[in-house]
Design a protein around this ligand. Structure first.
Ligand code: SF4
Ligand SMILES: [Zn+2]
Ligand SMILES: [Zn+2]
Length: 245
């Protein structure tokens, strides 16, 4: 896509103050200036807002864009329509208004569709509350688990989305994974195993952390770890007693 003809002379004034802005690392200058209408443009706007949501200078960016009437593009996590609305809000209420507009439900249709139909239960699990398990968002159908990938990862799911937490009905964003999540996890695991093979303290603690059964080599390493830990505690207590005496 080429830069639209009316896109921004607003890009220039922002540059000098937006030094810490995340969008400076985006090489496509159009990413923050979607033009037109329709699902793909809406998706582009939402993507830009998603990036802004992690930007350390989002509030400064938003207030400047509103105060200086930047007309086009996404600034400070706000689209053109939101900024036009907020420009009429009294200065004293502006920051509150901006925070309300940042609410993910107002700009992320996946999040909204998911939030409306889920409930959080114990241990961080999340359950689907309605019968319908095919939800249309931006013209396409999604299962609850696929929506959870959108919510957690901000991207389209790849391959089968499975629940990893052991709760069969859970659709918590952090408890499901698709092919990409599984690949990243497997890579991480094999890197861990290479740098700390079984029989080392790190490997033993890794098994513990993941609630895995310890193999013999790691059982020995874990025993060793506990002995060292208790010996240290004993020394410390002995030292304290000496000081007290
Ligand atoms: S808030 Fe968004 S537009 Fe503003 S500097 Fe950060 S990433 Fe860029
Ligand atoms: Zn779960
Ligand atoms: Zn091991």
């Amino acid at each position: 896509m080429t830069r639209s003809h009316h896109a921004p002379n607003t890009l220039q004034p922002a540059r000098h103050w937006a030094t810490g802005g995340l969008c400076r690392s985006i090489s496509d200058p159009d990413a923050f200036f979607p033009t037109g209408t329709g699902a793909s443009v809406q998706q582009q706007i939402d993507d830009a807002k998603q990036l802004c949501s992690a930007c350390p200078i989002r509030m400064a960016c938003a207030t400047t864009a509103i105060r200086e009437n930047y007309e086009y593009g996404v600034w400070g996590g706000l689209d053109e329509r939101q900024r036009r609305y907020l420009s009429k809000v009294p200065a004293a209420n502006l920051e509150d208004g901006i925070r309300r507009s940042w609410d993910r439900r107002t700009w992320d249709p996946y999040f909204d569709a998911y939030a409306k139909r889920t409930v959080q239960v114990d241990d961080g699990h999340v359950l689907w509350t309605v019968k319908n398990t095919s939800i249309t968002v931006l013209g396409r159908n999604w299962t609850p688990r696929q929506l959870a990938i959108w919510v957690g990862q901000g991207r389209e799911p790849h391959g089968t989305v499975k629940t990893h937490c052991g709760h069969p009905d859970c659709v918590a964003a952090e408890h499901v994974g698709d092919a990409v999540v599984r690949m990243v996890r497997a890579r991480q695991q094999s890197a861990d195993t290479r740098s700390h093979p079984c029989g080392t303290r790190a490997a033993a603690l890794r098994h513990k952390r993941r609630a895995e059964t310890l193999d013999d080599a790691c059982l020995d390493a874990y025993d060793e770890y506990l002995r060292a830990k208790y010996a240290k505690d004993r020394d410390r207590r002995a030292a304290k007693r000496q000081v007290a005496a």
